[in-house]
Design a protein around this ligand. Structure first.
Ligand code: NAP
Length: 290
């Protein structure tokens, strides 16, 4: 039986992918950093947890032992390139049959942005490793509105973003997880790169409209200037490198470079990609005032 290691397993994409693979005819090894967050996997069939700290070689060695495939997810940190390369080295050492890499849409853009260049550097390292690979390049996640805007939506009915009327092909993380499940469990996806988006390009006004319908409250998009967004991020203790990277990402979307749509999710899963209305309906309770 295949043993699939998922790094960053308790994160947004990792936890959905563990759930998607639970019940399949594979052994899922969830690489868990904070053990307490791994509790959610305790009752899932065919899922085992392993403590994984990228900075601790003992945990890396144990996590990779006996692994046949890896879903390589790295966190949004300044050292993500060295972590990504380190994980590929471990995958090579145990001779896995496939590394599925979570990258990002636009990773191959020239000259692109810092986040994309970091992802591309890891992609190239993987391609050059000779390991069989599959790269997933998703657009921005719909779930970012849960992670970054839930408080202002709950408390003020507002979404603050510096995106102007820029359109983004937001994707639901459930679709990324289902694509990951498919490419990890069928033989047809070796040395392929998949660009994944939702079904339509959306402004934040469109997102606010979907959330308005789902919550029965008027949710409004407030288009904030870049410097206001930067100050808010600094106030939330985001490090300077992250503020710069986020502003660059937002600037690119505002200028209209993030609205490309692909039909890859539907081609791979056989189902239409989930819409912003599907997402908003599922998450409506998260946005209720407390
Ligand atoms: N957000 C988007 O819109 C978007 C779009 C395209 C691509 N991406 C890419 O998606 C990736 C992030 O995926 P995600 O959002 O699912 O991640 P996430 O929710 O930020 O989760 C990161 C995971 O990494 C774990 N982790 C952190 N430090 C670790 C360490 N030292 N050792 C082991 N594990 C550690 C975390 O565990 P703990 O919480 O316990 O520390 C967590 O499980 C990034 O590469 C990003 O560029 C994101």
């Amino acid at each position: 039986m295949e043993t699939i290691l998922i790094t960053g397993a308790t994160g947004t994409v990792g936890s959905e992918t563990v759930k998607a693979l639970a019940g399949d005819d594979v052994r899922v090894r969830a690489g868990v950093h904070s053990l307490i967050k791994g509790d959610r996997f305790r009752n899932l069939p065919n899922v085992e947890m392993v403590h994984l700290d990228f900075n601790n070689p003992d945990t890396l060695k144990a996590a990779f032992t006996g692994v046949t495939r890896v879903f390589l997810i790295t966190p949004f940190t300044e050292d993500q390139v060295s972590i990504g390369k380190l994980l590929i080295d471990y995958a090579q050492e145990v001779g896995v049959k496939q590394v599925v890499r979570l990258s990002a849409l636009g990773a191959d853009a020239e000259p692109g942005i810092q986040l994309g260049r970091w992802h591309r550097e890891i992609e190239i390292y993987l391609e050059n490793s000779g390991l069989p690979y599959t790269v997933l390049r998703p657009a921005s996640f719909m779930q970012n509105f849960v992670q970054y805007s839930a408080d202002s939506i709950r408390n003020e009915d507002k979404i603050y973003m510096p995106l102007g009327q820029g359109k983004i092909g937001y994707i639901d993380v459930q679709d990324i997880a289902e694509v990951a499940r498919i490419v990890l469990t069928s033989p047809d996806h070796i040395n392929k790169i998949y660009e994944l988006t939702g079904p339509e390009a959306l402004t934040v006004n469109d997102v606010a409209h979907a959330l308005t319908q789902a919550t029965n409250r008027l949710i409004v998009y407030v288009d904030v200037p870049e410097e206001v967004a930067a100050a808010a991020m600094a106030q939330n203790h985001l490090p300077d490198w992250m503020v710069s990277a986020m502003l660059e990402l937002h600037g690119m979307a505002k200028a209209g470079y993030a609205g490309n749509i692909t039909n890859t999710v539907e081609k791979l899963t056989g189902l239409p990609a989930r819409s912003i209305y599907d997402f908003a309906g599922d998450c409506a309770t998260v946005f209720h005032p407390v």
